[in-house]
Design a protein around this ligand. Structure first.
Ligand code: NAI
Ligand code: MG
Length: 487
């Protein structure tokens, strides 16, 4: 916990050691619920990133890791899962203070992180190849080898979940990792690295180097000795990272967010829908790559659904994450101003604010970065608030008249991460599922408890490659074909 290190620098984890930055530099991390200082963290220089990459490279070739039996990797990962579960309260409290999310959400995030290690532990010794029939006198087989050193650049919205989402499949496959957490919320990624070591992961297999994007992030993405990049964040930075990696012919998995629609037909179960739609946008104060940030509602259902959503938005308790409210603060003043700016843009475009739209008036919340749960009604599809990722608790509501219009509206986006559909009609649901240009479709639900088992990734500018599920292993393995002639 941060308390245990008050006045102390939160150090990097490189080659199994906790170390300061090479130039002794640090940066401050704040609690978005109050703006108070939470921790002082070692700020990685390019030299630190280089040391971390060299440690990961050495671990890859070491007896302890590269030479270990795959089942041993799985055993260590099971211990990591167990330790995360044992320490759920400590880790959830830290995540809540670092990111601002409600405590019960942070607990769920830690459980999901544990589940990633458990899920991928089970496959560590089952990453199999094929035999390919070439006829008499030949044996041809494939081996799926670890791709090597994985560079992982993660955002601040779900640090422990997204950290685990990348680290678990990478180490299951026998890779090693350099993890660069986001400067706004680096704390639980550091704890994850410590826990992994305590659970017997050899030094250098997972290195954690907090620092800024332009310095540490760019040094990592452009490093010539990495073999793969996993990036989650903005489209703009994702493109820059992919270009840096391209110079070294290094492949990238990109998860770049979205403007995901929830499509609601008049025949939907209203109670279920209200809950699903509200949760999809207000969870994590809307700072979720897969947030359901557009509501497309059939005209005849509009008034009933919107009035229920307004009730819900207006009665949600906004407050400090550790008080376990319905919604916590936005991550930073900068992000709060972005969200506020979008509401102003929406008003200017003619959208109608039917709930929220402002910072809360409660004086006890003045120091934190809070924003009210916000509903923008009468949004038309080409408004900026209908097209751009706001990354805050702001839902854009658009009305449609028939299923063809719903499909066209849903796909009218540069993004394609997730789509939700709410209807009792299986034919409508299946038509939507097959025609969405999106990587995941949910029918009468949205999200699935973290979705650890389900392949996840984008169409269009939401990215490429898949994380989660068994499909994630494709990014961390490379196939070697061996052809033998005999007889
Ligand atoms: P960002 O894309 O700048 O940050 C994500 C990660 O990339 C962080 O670890 C950051 O340090 C790193 N990074 C930044 N610049 C870099 C560079 N030049 N080279 C290498 N790494 C770099 O996201 P930011 O600024 O925190 O948020 C801006 C917007 O991005 C949000 O409003 C949201 O729309 C989107 N976003 C989407 C996320 C998602 O889950 N898909 C997560 C975070 C942000
Ligand atoms: Mg940025």
């Amino acid at each position: 916990m941060s308390e245990r290190t008050a006045g102390v620098i939160e150090q990097h984890i490189i080659d199994g050691q906790r170390v300061n930055a090479s130039d002794e530099g640090t940066f401050d991390v704040h609690d978005p619920s109050s703006g108070d200082l939470l921790a002082t963290v070692a700020k990685a220089t390019p030299a630190d990133v280089n040391r971390a990459v060299q440690a990961a490279r050495a671990a890859l070739d070491s007896k302890a890791w590269g030479g270990a039996a795959p089942a041993e990797r799985g055993r260590i990962m099971i211990r990591i899962a167990q330790t995360l579960r044992e320490r759920v309260e400590e880790l959830a409290t830290l995540e809540s203070r670092d990111n601002g999310k409600p405590l019960r959400q942070a607990r769920a995030d830690v459980q999901v992180a544990a589940r990633y290690f458990e899920f991928f532990a089970g496959i560590a010794d089952k990453i199999m190849g094929n035999t390919i029939p070439l006829g008499p006198g030949f044996l041809d087989y494939t081996v799926r080898e670890p791709i090597g050193v994985s560079a992982q650049i993660i955002p601040w919205n779900y640090p422990i979940q997204i950290g685990a989402r990348g680290v678990a499949p990478a180490i299951a496959a026998g890779c090693t990792v350099v993890l660069k957490p986001a400067e706004d919320a680096p704390m639980t990624a550091l704890r994850l690295g410590e826990i992994a070591l305590e659970c017997g992961l050899p030094p250098g297999v997972v290195n954690v180097v907090p620092g800024t994007g332009p310095e540490a992030g760019a040094a990592l993405a452009s490093h010539p000795d990495i073999n793969q990049v996993t990036f989650t964040g903005s489209v703009e930075v994702g493109i820059a990272v992919a270009k840096m990696a391209a110079d070294n012919v290094v492949p990238v998995v990109m998860e770049l967010g979205g403007k995901s629609p929830n499509i609601v037909f008049a025949d939907a179960d209203l109670d279920l829908t209200v809950q699903g739609v509200a949760n999809a946008i207000f969870q994590n104060a809307g700072q979720t790559c897969s947030a359901g940030s557009r509501l497309l509602v059939e005209r005849s259902a509009h008034d009933a659904l919107v009035s229920r959503l307004v009730d819900r938005a207006k009665t949600m308790r906004v407050g400090p994450g550790v008080s376990d409210p319905d919604m916590g603060p936005i991550i930073s003043k900068r992000q709060l101003e972005t969200v506020e700016g979008y509401v102003t843009i929406g008003r200017g475009e003619g959208a109608q604010v039917v709930a929220g739209g402002e910072r809360p008036s409660d004086p006890s919340l003045r120091r934190g970065f809070y924003f009210q749960p916000t509903l923008l009604d009468r949004v038309s599809p080409d408004m900026r608030v209908a097209q751009e990722e706001i990354f805050g608790p702001v839902l854009a509501i658009i009305t449609f008249d028939d299923i063809e219009e719903a499909i066209a509206l849903a796909n009218r986006s540069q993004y394609g991460l997730v789509a939700g559909v709410w209807t009792r009609d299986i034919n409508k649901a299946m038509a939507i599922a097959s025609r969405m240009k999106a990587g995941q479709v949910y029918i009468n639900t949205y999200g699935a408890g973290g979705g650890v088992e389900l392949p996840f990734g984008g169409y269009k500018k939401s990215g490429y490659g898949r994380e989660k599920g068994l499909e994630a292993l494709a990014s961390y393995t490379q196939i070697k074909n061996v052809c033998i002639k005999f007889g």
